[in-house]
Design a protein around this ligand. Structure first.
Ligand code: ZN
Ligand code: ZN
Length: 246
């Protein structure tokens, strides 16, 4: 829901620490002037302006929930020919997610919108590694409640947002990581999300060099939570930048 959460007056929602201000989760991978975004959150416009994003090469989707897709329409200014040179901006999603995108954004994907100005995107359905400009983005299946969705591994980093469980076959894809992002919504169990304790148990299994928790609710204060975590595990925050081998 983002922090502050609408209508909430808890200590984290009222916090003056800028790390406690959380837009919806998304990451961008940048190399040699290329940029790939994972998910277009309802806050994508704010995030893109904050980070000075003036072009994108592709968007990968993890799943079709509102907090991960609703910014798709704000890809418009980055999808027009004057920015892309005429090519449509490629989007990648699994079949379930693609179905949701085509339904929620029917006017974009129906090809019969008369008034112009819609996002110039091309949706690719994928269920295997995606090659983008010489780099590989490998889907890593995670279980989000009862749904199988995608995380992604790219080089020595992996981004797993929105899961309650990570299957054994997927843990096996997470060896030798410099950077791992894991869902850690809060301490209290949730039917579709991971807790701090559950994600720490994944860190113990996978042993990445550094781990960043994401998809954090207003239950977790940035500073106090970090103080309780092992040194190589931190809460992610808006605007966090990391370097790793791609
Ligand atoms: Zn979700
Ligand atoms: Zn989510």
């Amino acid at each position: 829901m983002g922090v502050p959460t609408i209508g909430c007056t808890c200590a984290v929602c009222k916090s003056k620490d800028p790390h406690d201000y959380r837009t919806r989760p998304s990451v961008m991978i940048e190399w040699d002037g290329h940029r790939v975004l994972i998910d277009t959150t309802p806050d994508f416009r704010e995030q893109a302006i904050r980070e000075g994003i003036d072009r994108l090469d592709a968007v990968l989707y993890t799943h079709g929930h509102a907090d991960h897709i609703l910014g798709l329409d704000d890809l418009r200014p980055l999808s027009f020919a004057r920015v892309t040179g005429g090519a449509k901006l490629p989007l990648y999603a699994n079949a379930d997610t693609a179905r949701v995108l085509r339904s929620v954004f029917k006017y974009i994907f129906d090809n019969n919108y008369k008034y112009g100005g819609i996002a110039q995107v091309h949706l690719h359905e994928v269920n295997s590694p995606v090659e983008i400009l010489g780099k590989t983005f490998q889907p890593v299946t995670v279980i989000h409640g009862e749904t199988e969705i995608f995380g992604y591994r790219f080089g020595s980093a992996a981004y797993l947002t929105d899961f309650s469980t990570v299957p054994e076959e997927s843990l096996a894809k997470l060896h030798d990581l410099d950077v791992l992002f894991l869902d850690a919504l809060r301490h209290t169990p949730h039917p579709t999300h991971s807790t701090v304790a559950n994600s720490l148990s994944i860190v113990d299994r996978v042993r990445p060099k550094r781990t960043f928790f994401t998809h954090i609710s207003h239950d977790l204060a940035h500073e106090a939570t970090n103080a309780s975590l092992p040194e190589n595990v931190r809460l992610a925050y808006d605007g966090l930048r990391l370097q790793f081998e791609l």
